[in-house]
Design a protein around this ligand. Structure first.
Ligand SMILES: [Fe+2]
Ligand SMILES: [Fe+2]
Length: 292
């Protein structure tokens, strides 16, 4: 298959042990409720979200004639399946803290499978998948390109996100290629789906975080402070997202392809360390340390 940039191989990695059963502090991100619960909320979204992505890509499996793309879809499916399993294991920690993970997941399933897949066309739900994959690739960059972002975090959970980020980078073009080459989704649908995901994803994350803060027992005043400081951390100039806005907006260019934008400079620090040690925590530490 013709590629436009520097493509990485898609390597499904299974049975990785991040030591998530260990004694991990509740607020594992710098003791900070907002930063911790932001990542925890993402973790509750992944298992059902990734199932949805797999189903929406597989809708078009029968039409794939390129054997390389067919193999990439299989590897993408295996990677996303593993992500769902590891995040499910992590989410049992949240359940033990009183977070209604099962209820949150049921609600998410109702929206994606009960509403989206019932109301929208298969081509549109594939476009939603490709847009979400772009968002996860952008997040992968924002979490690991600058060392300061995930400074003072538990290395086990950081390693789980590092592995997930690396694999999101590896398979970032799969849904997009199926969308363009097989489903023949046009520019308008692609952009509409991106606008949909751009408000839907943060909205759902914030709704889940609001539930988590209530379970955590913070007073109204305390929660207001947590939100103000947290939203500033996310959106301030030089914050989590500002440096990757260019990468995000690249999706809106008519000739965009995932391999044309956003090469992850630090990618090989993870893969080299993992190949040498087989240890996903060491690889996560290496990826973090390689940040600027
Ligand atoms: Fe994933
Ligand atoms: Fe993905």
């Amino acid at each position: 298959m013709q590629q436009t940039g520097q493509q990485h191989a898609i390597v499904p990695r299974e049975k990785l042990d991040f030591g998530l059963d260990g004694d991990i502090p509740k607020y594992w991100f710098a003791g900070d409720p907002f930063k911790t619960r932001f990542f925890d909320a993402l973790s509750t979204l992944f298992p059902e979200g990734e199932k949805f992505f797999i189903v929406c890509v597989r809708d078009f499996s029968a039409g794939i004639t390129d054997p390389q793309l067919a193999q990439e879809v299989r590897d993408f499916t295996r990677q996303e399946g593993q992500h769902g399993m590891v995040h499910t294991r992590f989410n049992t920690r949240l359940e033990e803290q009183g977070i209604k993970v099962q209820r949150l997941m049921e609600r998410q399933k109702d929206v994606m499978f009960g509403v989206f897949r019932r109301l929208f066309s298969r081509r549109y739900t594939l476009a939603l998948t490709a847009a979400s994959e772009h968002m996860t690739a952008v997040m992968a960059h924002s979490f690991f390109e600058r060392r300061e972002i995930l400074q003072d975090t538990d290395p086990r959970i950081r390693a789980m996100y590092a592995w997930h980020a690396i694999e999101e980078i590896e398979h970032k073009a799969v849904a997009f290629d199926v969308m363009q080459k097989v489903a023949k989704v046009g520019y308008f649908t692609r952009i509409l789906a991106m606008l949909h995901v751009s408000w839907g994803m943060p909205l759902h994350t914030f709704i889940i975080m609001a539930h988590m803060f209530r379970v955590d027992g913070f007073s109204l005043g305390r929660r207001a402070g947590i939100w103000l400081r947290g939203l500033w951390w996310l959106y301030k100039p030089g914050g989590l997202y500002a440096p990757v806005l260019g990468h995000y907006f690249a999706y809106y260019k008519p000739g965009y392809h995932p391999w044309k934008a956003g090469q992850m400079r630090t990618y090989s620090s993870w893969t080299d360390t993992f190949e040498r040690t087989g240890d996903p925590i060491a690889a996560g530490n290496a990826l973090h340390a390689a940040g600027i």
